[in-house]
Design a protein around this ligand. Structure first.
Ligand SMILES: [Zn+2]
Length: 246
């Protein structure tokens, strides 16, 4: 089902890009494009959204679809994603977000416009945020001793991703041993999501870090083994796929 969301009614005022209609059919998920301000209250949090312009929607749909279509149908099902909301001006508890994985409503919210000057960033966000959903389903979001044990004994994560929203937190750097970005140091779940996302959009870069950093190598090994155990579709073929230019 594909809808334009106005309150709880679906109307035909916005042209939904064909690529989103195809995603809805292929994955059997509801895809909603926000047509007027919409908010949703989850357990202990509120997501607020606004309507994207049709130009932003068209541009984003191409990027989003090319990345989302890399996933086999079984993976989206296993992650229990039932609905994708495409919007702009997304906030979580009034804090601006490029995307929100809403665990208790099986919904992924994605912003068409935030960071749209940087296509690589928007591609990364598709996977980073979807990873949180998969991590949640596996029961590993905050408590993950197996992952934590890969860090050196004196390594400590920060106080959570919501406490590190500064510009530059997501920039790849080799100055921080064992992680890819400053943001990855904010929390264990962000470390995993950053590594996962960059494996899918910056494969060459991550391969270089794996060669030079034994902790990153161990994390990539655990991540890939764990994902494949969870769903057999996380094969070499999946990791080697690329969406850029398609
Ligand atoms: Zn995250």
């Amino acid at each position: 089902m594909v809808g334009i969301l106005v309150g709880m009614l679906f109307v035909g005022r916005v042209d939904i890009p064909e690529s989103l209609i195809q995603i809805s059919k292929k994955y059997e998920v509801q895809v909603d494009v926000i047509a007027e301000p919409y908010s949703w209250r989850g357990r202990g949090y509120t997501v607020e959204t606004s309507a994207p312009t049709s130009a932003d929607l068209a541009k984003y749909a191409k990027i989003f679809a090319s990345e989302w279509n890399r996933y086999p149908v079984s993976v989206i099902r296993a992650a229990k994603v039932k609905r994708i909301v495409i919007a702009t001006g997304i906030s979580l508890n009034k804090q601006v977000r490029a995307a929100v994985p809403s665990f208790d409503s099986n919904t992924m919210y994605y912003d068409t416009t935030l960071g749209s000057y940087n296509e690589a960033y928007q591609r990364l966000v598709v996977h980073h945020e979807f990873f949180h959903m998969m991590d949640q389903v596996q029961g590993l979001v905050r408590k993950d001793p197996e992952w934590a044990a890969l860090n050196p004994p004196d390594f400590h994560y920060g106080n959570g991703g919501d406490k590190m929203r500064n510009l530059g937190a997501g920039v790849l750097t080799d100055k921080l041993p064992g992680v890819l970005t400053p943001y990855a140091m904010s929390a264990i779940e962000e470390d995993k999501a950053e590594l996962y996302g960059h494996l899918l959009v910056d494969r060459e870069y991550v391969a270089g870090r794996v060669k030079a950093d034994a902790v990153i190598a161990a994390k990539v090994g655990l991540l890939k083994a764990r994902m494949q155990k969870w769903d057999a579709e996380f094969s070499d073929e999946f990791w080697n796929s690329m969406a850029w230019g398609t």
